[in-house]
Write a protein that binds this ligand. Structure first.
Ligand SMILES: C[S@@+](CC[C@H](N)C(=O)[O-])C[C@H]1O[C@@H](n2cnc3c(N)ncnc32)[C@H](O)[C@@H]1O
Length: 200
């Protein structure tokens, strides 16, 4: 996908303004960006399963890179709310998405995804490995019946990954979506990333 120079400027500004620029740049490792590009490509293929100009919630949205990448596609999104429990993420994500923030199409929120209500047409959670099975079950229960749900996890075993999956079949079992439109895996140098798109 193409990143335009105006958005690139805001990415650099967000990194420079953040308290710990090296940490913020963790969101830009090749594997992180490749996983987001993969998500965008597969979402494009199933876009008929959601409304025109959908609203989007990104849960565990981190510093807002996926939101910015989504805005730069031809998916014509109405708005994006990026939710993260880490209060450091809010201002960085707002800086990263400054253009759409000023247009009233982006908002970063500090909250626990598990206790937040969502009514978005598309709900994305690429941080499934960061929440326990109990937290995930609570999170899923709070989502609307008709939202298109996009999930990513991985098999990368490090202490902060509290619930990895070993295979795509294992990830499907953890995720318990009743209607799956897409399930696949992406081989990255250090780990495999899994993705499921469907409805609950
Ligand atoms: C390292 S990041 C993102 C990793 C993921 N693979 C990705 O690229 O999207 C994981 C994020 O999930 C957030 N997070 C963890 N538990 C959360 C929760 N209960 N509610 C909201 N955000 C949460 C963390 O604060 C962190 O910013």
């Amino acid at each position: 996908m193409n990143i335009d120079t105006e958005h690139l400027h805001h990415w650099m500004r967000a990194i420079r303004n953040s308290k710990d620029p090296m940490r913020t740049m963790d969101a830009f490792w090749r594997g992180q960006i490749a996983s987001k590009e993969w998500l965008i490509n597969e979402l494009n293929r199933v876009r008929a399963y959601t409304v025109d100009h959908p609203s989007v919630d990104i849960h565990g949205g981190w510093v807002g890179v996926l939101a910015s990448m989504l805005f730069q596609t031809n998916l014509y999104l109405k708005n994006i709310r990026s939710v993260d429990i880490d209060p450091e993420c809010e201002s960085i994500a707002n800086d990263m998405n400054q253009i759409e923030l000023e247009q009233g199409r982006f908002r970063a929120v500090t909250a626990d995804m598990c206790t937040l209500r969502s009514d978005a047409d598309i709900v994305i959670n690429t941080s499934c490995e960061h929440i326990t099975q109990d937290q995930y079950d609570l999170w899923l229960a709070g989502l609307p019946q008709n939202s298109l749900i996009i999930l990513q996890s991985n098999n990368y075993k490090i202490p902060e990954h509290v619930r990895t999956a070993d295979t795509i079949e294992g990830f499907k079992t953890q995720s318990s979506l009743s209607h799956i439109l897409y399930a696949g895996e992406l081989e990255l140098p250090l780990y495999k990333r899994f993705m499921i798109i469907g409805h609950k």
